[in-house]
Design a protein around this ligand. Sequence first.
Ligand code: FAQ
Length: 318
Amino acid sequence: MQVADSVKDQLLRHFEEKIDKGDAIEPRDRMPDAYRKHLIRQMSQHAHSEVIGMQPEGNWITRAPSLRARQILLAKIQDEGGHGLYLYSAAETLGISRDEMIKQLHTGKAKYSNIFNYPALTWADIGAIGWLVDGAAIVNQVSLQRTSYGPYSRAMVRICKEESFHQRQGYEIMARMMAGTADQRAMAQDAMNRWWWPSLMMFGPHDSDSPHSGDAFRWKIKRHSNDELRQKFIDKTVQQAEVIGLTIPDQDLKWNEAKRGYDHGTINWEEFYQVIGGNGPCNQQRMDHHKQVHEEGAWVREAAAAYAKKKQEKLLNH
Ligand code: FAQ
């Protein structure tokens, strides 16, 4: 028993030394169970967010105002599906299957981002999603490029390149609407009013109420705290809003010279916990749609698996 314990201690020490040196942890490296579990939770939730995030935008493909806008939106949504795939694959290296991750999503064990439980009511919402939601996602994901788990960090590098195009797509929509008619400007401001606060919630609870942050920092999964990243997002977005004439819907937003950043009003955490607890405006719709499409796509997965098996048999027989 004592020998087993000392081997365990040695392995843990070796793991922590690697983390302290800033080396990446790779799939075949020994890692504590808690580190593996933490990553599976976060990465699978991240993957689910990318995939569920296709729904509010997908609703607008057939209603985009021009062929150009439709092509761009289609490409963006396809990218989000791709991000989900990179992330599911990266999470699979931790020993969980994609089927299991989907099962956890369908049974409510795994979450996805709060933001995708709000409806996209107008074309301006597509602008707000690209600009604010992808904008918030980038701030978080740039930081995750340096996360300690190798496959997650490499997936982030690729995802961030694509997300910056998405953010510009959204900003372009908002800028064009703000340069348009009074009705278009009102529509853009209305979208801004509805998406601003849920976008701030995307960074998660304040640091003092974030139960996972302790381990996340110790293991260098997180490099910046929820509040640090939220602040970064606010500071850069306020300036972008000013340039095109949009008003941030926060009467308490004020430049704070001492911290060289904006102070902001109180975030409605009650709303956040309701939404991530399953009671947001679109939770039911998002899950019903995912389950239905997953069932309808079963034959594609079966056909792909049968094809791969046949191909492997052929290779083995030659
Ligand atoms: N939504 O202790 P913490 C995108 C939960 S991708 C729902 O602070 P942590 C691209 C959290 O899970 C957007 N739940 O947790 C796109 C935990 O509950 P649990 C997704 C949230 O992990 C754009 C509890 O609260 N990005 O948008 C949220 O240390 C447009 C306590 O929280 C990622 O997932 C939330 N926002 O920090 C696609 C980034 N925040 O699990 C389509 C990766 C917190 O114990 C269209 N994830 N919770 O039941 C992360 O960086 C972290 O997981 C945080 C949360 C920062 C989100």
